[in-house]
Design a protein around this ligand. Structure first.
Ligand code: ZN
Length: 277
């Protein structure tokens, strides 16, 4: 099976994937999934993502970041120290680190009784990572769940350069509002796009300009519909299922969609050796 498919968001170091890397990589190549960005979710996993990007060689990159659910127990005063560490990791590994994140807002996973404090800390960490991404000229990888209004309000005030809304799960209105912001914003669709109850996500994927669309797995989470009842662990190879589903939603010829999404992915992360727009 040929293909030029780019999994723009996965966690290949995670339990269930990291312990069977040879097989995971073989499956990717067979499915035409040639490139991936390994995503950090806290400092330790950012190091894991970097190690994987080095192990897997030329076709693999990574990000460094602090996920909103992981930082809500941190003190806001610890932010400068964390940014120092993330920034240093990114600067020392310029050839591999192509983004800051995943960061963002997750109001679904708040601690009972500490909701407002949790939201506040998430906002502080998100703002700091947005500024770091801008300063280092890296893509900002955004996770947003049950927090669209606050996310929009924050993105309107922050210095957003290039950003990827990962695992897009909202309706077309949210995408339209984001499209009005000045930054270079991309929308990455995961296995969620293929789910039966995801009509408004599918509508968003139909409406967006093709040059803003990416695909991802978020592996090991969220297997696409077509494999959901036979596997519990998602893997980068299944990016192909997301792309194929996207192709059924779009009016453009399938080959054109595949080519555009590949080009978008390289552009969004300014993959070395790829021309900037
Ligand atoms: Zn993720």
């Amino acid at each position: 099976m040929g293909g030029m498919i780019f999994d723009t968001h996965c966690h290949g170091y995670w339990k269930g994937l990291g312990d069977r890397q040879a097989e995971v990589r073989r499956n990717m190549l067979e499915a035409g999934v040639l490139r991936s960005v390994q995503i950090g979710a806290d400092y330790a996993s950012s190091l894991d993502a970097l190690a994987l990007a080095r192990d897997w060689g030329e076709q693999t990159w990574c990000t460094a970041g602090l996920h909103p659910t992981d930082c809500q127990d941190c003190a806001p005063e610890s932010v400068p120290g964390w940014m120092e560490k993330l920034g240093e990791l990114a600067r020392r590994n310029r050839d591999k680190v192509v983004g800051i994140g995943e960061t963002g807002l997750d109001y679904y996973h708040l601690k009972p009784g500490r909701e407002e404090a949790g939201k506040r800390v998430q906002r502080v960490f998100f703002a700091a990572q947005a500024e770091l991404a801008r300063r280092l000229d890296l893509a900002l990888v955004i996770h947003t769940r049950d927090a669209s209004a606050d996310m929009l309000a924050l993105m309107r005030t922050l210095p957003i350069g290039r950003a990827v809304i990962h695992c897009y799960s909202q309706d077309p209105d949210f995408a339209r509002a984001l499209m009005e912001l000045p930054g270079e914003i991309y929308f990455s669709f995961s296995g969620v796009l293929t789910y039966k109850n995801a009509r408004s996500v599918q509508q968003t994927a139909r409406e967006l300009p093709l040059d803003r669309i990416l695909v991802e797995t978020d592996a090991p989470f969220l297997p696409p519909q077509s494999v959901r009842n036979r596997v519990s662990v998602n893997e980068p190879a299944f990016t192909r299922h997301v792309l194929e589903f996207l192709q059924t939603l779009r009016d453009e010829p399938a080959g054109e969609v595949e080519r555009a999404v590949w080009d978008n992915s390289n552009r969004a992360f300014r993959i070395p050796g790829q021309p900037a727009p």
